[in-house]
Design a protein around this ligand. Sequence first.
Ligand code: PLP
Ligand code: COI
Length: 341
Amino acid sequence: MEKKKIDWANLGFDYQKTDYRFVANYKDGAWDEGAVITDDTITISECACVLQYAQTIFEGLKAYTTEDGHIVTFRPDLNASRMADSARRLEMPVFPEERFLEAVEKTVAANAAYVPPYGSGATLYIRPFMFGSNAVIGVKPADEYQFRIFTTPVGPYFKGGVKPLTIRISDFDRAAPCGTGNIKAGLNYAMSLYAIVDAHHQGFDENMYLDPKTRTKVEETGGANFLFVTKDNKVVTPKSDSILPSITRRSLVHVAKEYLGLKVEEREVLLDEVKDFAECGLCGTAAVISPVGKIVDHGKEICLPSGMNAMGPVTQKLYDTLTGIQMGRLPAPEGWIHVIQ
Ligand code: PLP
Ligand code: COI
């Protein structure tokens, strides 16, 4: 299979159409067989539930080329089960988890020419999503749905690659107490658009959202969970019912404990204690681990001792170990790496 002629090393995190996508439709209480198709467009009613009431959920995972030339995905079973949780929360039918895994496999295999080569710094981003497709005018869930997966080759999520970021504490919330912050619903991201555009205008890379109830605890950013490192090398990550259960964060907790022998605390993190941490990183599929150098709280700067030039040493070890596992340079825990046939 010949790779597409793409300048892999200079890709940003942008959509680029690839040749194939998987589509399945739900009607009369059942999913159809689904198929890999070439048409990247969708025609739906102007009154589709997704358009009127934002009934849409999504996932994000990546395909990697390993050192020995295989195409693999990372823990896709966790994306399948998180998407099932998201579907239940928005009154959508679950796309069966086994079928989710098969569909990811088929879509990646069909687009193998777009999977960036080993060592290029790029990956193939995989975006499964589902939406209510029939017309609904009273506020209620749709009866018909489309499940779809497209892929797109991507580089780093943040421009500048692994250069430490400057973030600010947001005055806006991305989630509500007892809301949908813990699932991957499109509506959470709509909530964050004003805040991210405003953050960029003010010269910040991202927003740190606080817990929407008391605004005293650290939650997450618009697209990644937080990891902090204490001055005595403990990894601390916020625990909250209104943040997305990041697969990257859960994996890094395991890596920290089992590969690096570090102590890990998953607990509430007060904004007040952030000034005492040695390192801070944003973790997610798109973000991988992006280091944070500075956090700005309404003009008051919290400068992480790791500085603005490079990742802190513990963050770097976490990054190297996680990407080593994903690219096949390090042995993976059982079931983490799924080889695309
Ligand atoms: N938090 C939010 C709000 C996200 O959108 C994402 C991205 O998926 C994450 C965290 C990281 O989750 P994961 O590591 O599963 O990609
Ligand atoms: C991901 O990391 O997969 C996400 O969905 C985050 C998004 C902000 C791109």
